[in-house]
Design a protein around this ligand. Structure first.
Ligand SMILES: O=C(O)CCC(=O)C(=O)O
Ligand SMILES: [Mn+2]
Length: 199
């Protein structure tokens, strides 16, 4: 209680720096961006190799950013598409909220509760040692699970329509995160994680 009076957004976890701003976007702006991104982003179905088998990633994704901000993960290289007007607007709003510059965004479209993202940390070398990541959620609420790599301590946070979650400091060094499948979810969600790729 005292903690939330002091800072309503801060989530206290060991070796992490998380800040959750539920009312980052107005309802109207969040509705508008969800409709815009669903329709206008260049969504792709990517595949990864898992235990020697080629499998569909259980969601659609798109990568936008400044020229040269290529992103490599799980054997995939994503080359950025140029910023759209709405993405550039949202990037600027995130930069203002975080006090940090971004040059790329990964967009993920979870079409329903069967789409998901496995356990991972955003710790690719091109993100640097202590990346600042701004994660905007649009659409139906989904749970983001955290697990501490050393202790296996777990923490779950529901990410709501129009919210911003900021991850920074040593979060990616000590914690993994995931979006689990859910039978209770039948609606879509779009998530955008703004990042700074070092070249
Ligand atoms: O959908 C989310 O909230 C998580 C996305 C994420 O972890 C990522 O894009 O790296
Ligand atoms: Mn991530």
């Amino acid at each position: 209680m005292q903690q939330s009076l002091f800072n309503p957004g801060q989530i206290i976890l060991p070796q992490a720096e998380l800040d959750y701003r539920e009312d980052f976007l107005s309802r109207q702006k969040a509705d508008e961006l969800l409709a815009c991104f669903r329709q206008s982003l260049d969504w792709r179905q990517d595949f990864i190799k898992l235990y020697g088998k080629v499998v569909k990633i259980p969601r659609l994704q798109a990568w936008y950013g400044d020229p040269g901000s290529d992103y490599r993960y799980s054997g995939l290289t994503l080359s950025p598409l140029p910023w759209t007007e709405s993405l550039a607007w949202l990037k600027q709003a995130c930069e203002q909220a975080c006090g940090h510059k971004f040059n790329a965004v990964l967009a993920n479209w979870y079409r329903d509760g069967t789409d998901s993202m496995g356990w991972h940390a955003d710790n690719e070398p091109e993100l640097g040692q202590e990346p600042v990541i701004a994660s905007v959620s649009l659409g139906t609420s989904r749970n983001l699970d955290f697990r501490h790599m050393a202790s296996n301590e777990k923490y779950r946070i529901a990410l709501h329509h129009g919210s911003l979650l900021i991850m920074r400091g040593t979060t990616q060094q000590h914690w993994q995160h995931a979006i689990a499948k859910s039978r209770q979810v039948s609606e879509e969600r779009i998530n955008l994680t703004f990042r700074y790729i070092m070249r």
